[in-house]
Design a protein around this ligand. Sequence first.
Ligand SMILES: NC(=O)c1ccc[n+]([C@@H]2O[C@H](COP(=O)([O-])OP(=O)(O)OC[C@H]3O[C@@H](n4cnc5c(N)ncnc54)[C@H](OP(=O)(O)O)[C@@H]3O)[C@@H](O)[C@H]2O)c1
Length: 255
Amino acid sequence: MTNPGPQWILVTGASRGIGEAITYDLAAAGFAVVATGRNRNDTEKVAETAQQKGGQCLPIPMDVSRPQDIEAVATRLHEEGILLHGLVNNAGALGPIGHILETDMDEWVRTVEINLFGAFHCIRAFASLFLPSKACVVNISSGASEKAMEGWSAYCASKAALAMVTRSLALEASDTCLAYGLQPGLVDTQMQSRIRASGVNPVSGIARENLLRPGDPAAIVTWLCRERPTDLAGEEFRADNPEIRRRAGLAALPE
Ligand SMILES: NC(=O)c1ccc[n+]([C@@H]2O[C@H](COP(=O)([O-])OP(=O)(O)OC[C@H]3O[C@@H](n4cnc5c(N)ncnc54)[C@H](OP(=O)(O)O)[C@@H]3O)[C@@H](O)[C@H]2O)c1
């Protein structure tokens, strides 16, 4: 029997936080990862560690707010004959913290360019590389996609729109991909450090020790890429959902 070769997953925002953890978890599970991020040094370091965990990892610089970067990565993967088993739209920014009537307009727009247009461009550009057996698309969402949080209008609006992209994909592109929206919960990353420092809205008051580790949502992403559950396609779900955790083989969280 011929060796089918590695199963490639492209991760955006792989330089740190949840994206870094996803890259390591996928690599440890035997996937090959295209680790993309804005900073070449950071993604190269992540790729080195991922390789030590047993998986192949190709670091490529890519800013998701620059469609030309995304097109260049798609062209390179095409030239290298890499087809994608999965795409994880993880890159995200909290954006300006401030009230909607006063917040900086350019920063607001920039947040949408990263969180929404970035994921949209990635889906469009990489769809031609999706395996005929369908790719798994995981959009890293947020509880803020469903609930307005004071000071975070750009973040909430862009994540709410991203959730609708997940649903639209399931409706319109179910022959091409299985799309999931994963809300990772409150996870101990730089994003949460910035939230704590802001003192704005109740999330900033949550103690660091009460946050989830990035490995938790990462394990759920790996499970989605491996199992590709059809019953969850087009759905948004949370990483602390007991049923999702049970199915992904994660321990239940303390009550
Ligand atoms: N942490 C939480 O509690 C939490 C909760 C709900 C949802 N999320 C979501 O989880 C995802 C990861 O967040 P995190 O907590 O890991 O945050 P983080 O530590 O701030 O990391 C954000 C990642 O996104 C990358 N990124 C930002 N702008 C980018 C751009 N224009 N192009 C490419 N990469 C870009 C960053 O890369 P650079 O190093 O280049 O800046 C970094 O790798 C985000 O989508 C976030 O909205 C997080």
